[in-house]
Design a protein around this ligand. Structure first.
Ligand code: HEM
Length: 402
């Protein structure tokens, strides 16, 4: 459903206005990344859309980088796209800035590298093998529902030291969180909050060596974290790593289903998966965080005023031809490094889960291509994807010979 149109502010020249709904990029092209690219190819470096409260969209790689990196002018703790619902609890740490943000973030960092990362990936690898072996003989699966969403949940359960038995419950909520109905989505979010809150209370009293215990007993700016902050931060770790990872896997699986020479090369030379994963991640930006300007600033001769909001479609960065020749192609001989692209953002909010996500994507490709090297899209049941703050793959029916 199209959103209402906001008034165009006086400082926005009419030639920069485009009617773009971030929740309906499929209207430009059913392939959402191609939709973003078509818009990019036909746009100046910044456009303004009256949808979703009215906001800017930086269209070019250099503008996206500048906004990510100038945290003095572009803050995370202001208004987002779409406008924040009334009484919404801020997501932590993503909707905070400055010293408070750094303090919140410091709790996460030890858990997304080193031993906790390796332990989480080992657990997720075991699950990936079990899931694939569970449906391999069927010759078909819904990749999004039967496979991809389960891996990030298992990773989260490992970081917070909770049993795999909780995964089906969280997976049922994750499915609802990806549905278009906002009321249903909010109920599922609330249930995730409640799930996390139950463990927060237990670990506050009896801490262990896990992420929830660390956050629950943490201090920020010389005071203990409030319960609301603790639950908010633990829930964001769950949500932040869920749709992003699952959708990225979905886009990769769909791409490999139809780009047979690329898939065959990865099957024949599996070492390329780890070596070239950054080029694959570059191609599929899925996250779309927001910023609010707190000062007037000029970018490429265009004035963004204090109070304006911006939507950072990370997909656009990886598709900008001024950075990547033939950007729609995954070229395993191209050298793309994690710092060259913005799929994980940059600046103070750069995704803390980037290394973890990267390892999850490697393990999915390694274990899948080893067991199901030849597969295709199901022509009877097309893939369902939706654009938004995270571009999600809701359903991806795949088939193979058994
Ligand atoms: C392919 C997978 C992923 C993608 C594409 C992705 C993308 C991003 C991006 C672009 C940001 C920056 C947001 C901003 O600048 O406002 C971000 C932040 C964040 N991500 Fe990820 N992410 C992924 C996986 C994960 C995982 C696995 C976790 C869990 C550990 C995670 C947790 C977070 C958190 C907590 C933040 C907020 C950081 C802050 O505000 O300082 N993400 N992510």
């Amino acid at each position: 459903m199209a959103t209402a149109l906001a008034d165009i502010p006086d400082h926005v020249p009419s030639e920069l206005v485009r009617d773009v709904d971030i929740f309906n990029v499929n209207a430009i092209d059913p392939d959402i990344h191609i939709g973003w690219k078509k818009l990019q190819d036909a746009s100046p470096s910044l456009i303004y859309t009256p949808r979703n409260g009215g906001h800017w969209i930086p269209m070019r790689a250099h503008v996206i980088e500048r906004v990510f990196q100038d945290a003095d002018v572009f803050i995370n703790g202001g208004e987002w796209v779409p406008p924040n619902p009334k009484d919404m609890l801020p997501l932590i740490p993503i909707m905070s800035d400055g010293a408070l943000h750094r303090a919140y973030r410091s709790f996460l960092m030890p858990y997304v590298v080193g031993k906790p990362l390796l332990a989480a990936i080992e657990r997720a690898r075991g699950l990936a093998i079990d899931l694939i072996e569970g449906f391999r003989a069927d010759g078909a699966c819904d990749f999004a529902v039967d496979f991809a969403q389960h891996l990030p949940i298992e990773v989260f359960l490992s970081l917070v030291d909770l049993p795999s038995e909780d995964r089906p419950y969280l997976a049922s909520l994750a499915e609802v969180v990806r549905m278009p109905d906002e009321a249903e989505r909010m109920v599922a979010f609330q249930k995730m909050y409640e799930y996390v809150a139950g463990y927060v209370d237990k670990r506050t009293k009896n801490p262990g060596n896990d992420l929830i215990s660390t956050i629950a007993n943490g201090s920020v700016l010389g005071r203990p974290m409030t319960r609301e902050e603790i639950v908010g931060e633990c829930t964001q770790v769950l949500i932040g790593g869920l749709d992003t990872v699952a959708s990225m896997m979905g886009f990769i699986a769909a791409h490999l289903a139809v780009n047979v020479p690329l898939r065959r090369r990865l099957v024949a030379e599996p070492r390329l998966i780890e070596r070239r994963v950054d080029e694959i991640i570059r191609r599929f930006g899925v996250a779309g965080p927001s910023r609010q300007a707190v000062a007037d600033i000029e970018i490429d001769g265009i004035t963004v005023k204090a109070g304006d909001t911006l939507f950072l479609a990370t997909a656009l960065h990886g598709l900008d031809e001024s950075r990547w020749n033939n950007s729609l192609e995954i070229d395993l001989d191209r050298s793309s490094k994690g710092t060259d692209f913005q799929t994980f953002g940059s600046g103070p909010h750069r995704c803390p889960g980037a290394a973890l996500a990267r390892s999850e994507i490697i393990l999915f490709m390694e274990e899948w291509l080893k067991r199901i090297p030849d597969y295709s899209l199901d022509p009877e049941k097309p893939m369902v994807a939706a654009s938004g703050n995270v571009t999600g793959v809701l359903s991806l029916p795949l088939k193979w010979e058994v």
